[in-house]
Design a protein around this ligand. Structure first.
Ligand SMILES: [Zn+2]
Ligand SMILES: [Zn+2]
Length: 281
């Protein structure tokens, strides 16, 4: 209850930097491995049980589990993993984590083909307008992983397993089964790659991590019309804090204005001028 006050005041107070993590609420911890964020849901002062949202870049399992140990103690108990979508930079540590922690993984069924080893990701569009990272994207892995034994559909009532008070929202566009997570208490949004808080197509800005709101990473987004509708849906939620798959968490006026600007000017600011998935309509 006390936490639902203007969250722009909460962030500086509870923002604790340890290694490359930021506590954005007592029970929401954003941990960055290389350039991708994962989230630990659970309050270490209350319980050693936690939920992982997304699983980072390839080979990041060790770092994620070490950070979890630091936060929840050596006998921490991972209860479930929730995926915003199935791209390689959000499932990279998954197989190694599941080897040690046999927990259910929840995702939208439209991502299942990437998670059951059925179809590879769409080829990243290296021709898309957007500079350096788009050009580098051809070295990104595109092969689907197979975690059939662990994967489950998110409940159709919008609830999120093991995450009381949270709702999942279908936010397609960047990928067909992309979801975002929102909690009314504190108005906290975890938006995956539906939008991001760092300009992914500028290597300089990725390294510098300058905070600004941008549309989804261009080289993997396959449906720009749906991506726009998803951004509008998320802007309508009027989150007080938003944390995305890439970039630093944002809060307050910078977030509110940035999100409304993005929704209003999506066609000109987010959709690239050219690219194989860009059909201007
Ligand atoms: Zn993605
Ligand atoms: Zn991503």
């Amino acid at each position: 209850m006390e936490r639902s006050t203007a969250t722009e005041n909460i962030l500086p107070m509870t923002s604790i930097r340890s290694g490359s993590g930021t506590e954005i609420a007592p029970d929401v911890y954003c941990y960055t491995v290389q350039v991708a964020n994962v989230f630990f849901i659970g309050n270490p002062n209350i319980s050693n049980e936690w939920v992982l949202v997304d699983a980072g870049m390839p080979r990041s399992a060790k770092k994620i589990l070490k950070a979890a140990e630091n936060r929840f103690g050596p006998d921490h108990q991972l209860k479930a993993i929730i995926l915003t979508h199935g791209h390689f930079d959000h499932v990279g540590g998954l197989i190694d984590i599941l080897e040690q922690h046999k927990v259910p993984v929840y995702a939208h069924p439209l991502e299942f083909s990437y998670l059951k080893g059925i179809t590879d990701y769409p080829e990243p569009d290296t021709s898309v307008e957007g500079g350096m990272v788009a050009k580098m994207s051809k070295i990104f892995p595109t092969q689907a992983i197979d975690i059939t034994a662990h994967i489950h559909e998110l409940p159709s009532d919008g609830s999120v397993p093991e995450m009381a008070g949270w709702k999942w929202i279908h936010t397609p566009g960047h990928s067909d089964g992309h979801i975002s997570l929102f909690r009314e208490q504190g108005r906290i949004l975890i938006a995956g790659d539906a939008f991001v808080t760092v300009k992914q197509d500028s290597l300089y800005k990725v390294l510098r991590q300058k905070k600004e709101i941008h549309g989804p990473p261009v080289y993997l987004t396959t449906n720009w019309r749906a991506a726009w509708e998803s951004v509008c849906k998320l802007a309508d939620l009027q989150p007080s804090i938003a944390a995305t798959g890439h970039g630093k968490p944002m809060t307050g006026a910078l977030l509110a204005k940035g999100l409304v600007d993005l929704a209003e000017n999506f066609q000109t600011t987010a959709v690239p001028a050219y690219g194989k998935y860009v059909h201007t309509k």
